[in-house]
Design a protein around this ligand. Sequence first.
Ligand SMILES: [Zn+2]
Length: 495
Amino acid sequence: MLLGYQNKLKPNKKQTLKVLSWIDMLRANYNYNLADREVTYQERFVQGEYCNLRNKGTACPLTCSVSSNSATSDTGDIYKVKKKTREIKLKTAEEIQITNLPILKKTRPWYKEIDSTVLQQNVKRLQVAYNNFFAGRSKYPKFKNKSNFKSFTFTSGIKVADKAIYLPKLGWVKYFNSRPIPEGFKVKSATVRLKADGLYVTLKIENKAVPPFPTIAVEDAKTVVGLDMGITKLVHCSDGSQYDNPRHSTNKRTRKLLKVRQRRLARKKKGSKNRKKAGKLIGRLHQKITNKREAFQWQLANKLTRKADAVVVEDLNISGMKKRCKPKEDVSNKGRFLTNGQSRKRGLNRSISDASWYSLTQKIEYLAAKQGKVFRRVNPRHTSQKCPECGHVDKANRNKEKFLCGNCGYLAHADLNAARNIKQRGIDEYSFPVACKVKIRMVPEDFREPEQLCLFKMPISETTEVRRRAARKGRRRVPGNPAKQLSLFEDISDI
Ligand SMILES: [Zn+2]
């Protein structure tokens, strides 16, 4: 079984400075390696039609892709011999860059300060980024700056004691032993990470004797729960229960606090110490928000997974939901643009980021695996527009919180209805045995009011609208005494 434990470190001043300088150096090395790969990849095409001069392979993006062998070898040795078969093979870019490390240490002696496994892991980190790119999981690797490069990893020589952790070349570093390592587990790696309030260490621990968490087969799942994610309420379950959205970063108080702190930062002189301090305060606030959200999500995920043997959630395309509004060009006046609602959309995008549904579903997935339960994602298409009774799909079925089928007149709470549809979709797609059919009990009395209320807005009579407009006008400041509005510099003798 493989586990990850995170603890906060209590380094002394010397160790802190060392870690900070290491991070800087490793970032430079990462960026150098990335640039090296890009340049070598481009140079392949300059070499003429040969991709490889030795075996005269032709140059084309298929034969020499960025992933395999695109790095400058400082030793000139780009071949390796397989021990068993004695076969000669090209080294991969990762292998070439790892063999370059001793040369790097010779030309830049200050890199000797860094533990060698840390440097190797740094090269491997770039390889992971490339692998993710080629597998279609992420975008092309980017150059790192101070804000997105904050960690490094040890893979050997780590010792863990009661009050301190030994990290090679850093020595014994004190730490808060908030969760002792269970017996029989061995430390595989240690990742030191810089956060807003200090350094943290994540220990990867493994015990091969302990089997991984048991899972149940889909056929054994007796109860199924469907979850619909939202913003006004964070989660709606197919059993009728719902959970509030705490809005950790978009509530009024936090928004205001953040605004004040960001304004203070903006007013400080660039490059000054006070600006740094103000930036730190903002970082702390962001971390506090994240911590709160994480804690909340773990607790909620635990509650949700305990509901049933199988959990079905919607597979949302969140980055698509957060896209900017398309610009609207003014047809009559070319070159000018009309308002496209982006400023309104920004607030919604913030709320979507704040809700962070994906990280919640990840936690549910993790806990489901831990508790031996089934977890599935389904396509959310039409789940909020479909009638569960007759299958009628129509956009008009839903009006805000109310769902009223235009075909059969079925009435329900819209989000609970969506959760029920998600559950049904999970049952259909993954053939869960439908042992229990949960009935929705959420149809409050006031939903049964006059029919047209559900579909259309209450018509506002013209007179009330006129009266409202007049009231709004009245509140506006009317120009008062013109003499008062004159500026100090004007001559008032004429009046
Ligand atoms: Zn219907």
